[in-house]
Design a protein around this ligand. Sequence first.
Ligand SMILES: [Cu+2]
Length: 103
Amino acid sequence: MRVVVFLWLVIVSTSVFSKEYIVEIYKMKFSPAEITIKEGDTVIWKNVEKRQYHSVWFKQLQKEEPDYFFPDESYQHSFEKLGDFPYECGPHPRMKGKVIVTI
Ligand SMILES: [Cu+2]
């Protein structure tokens, strides 16, 4: 029983303390292009363009290019490891951003 309560507390506390951050994509730019978050936080990229699709590609984390997402769609990723995570847009490599994960 104690173990169950303990596990429940762990789950509740991580969901209470982890945060969500929004990065908007507009006019071929990630805004903010660089964001600092804590371990366990989630970043949500929202495409707020009129018609342009984009992707969020962490080349160091995934070999395959992820799916594009269209206006009014979003993409999200939770960061469980510390470090600097640069990313770019698959179809537009000039669009770059970075997520910095700290303790
Ligand atoms: Cu793009």
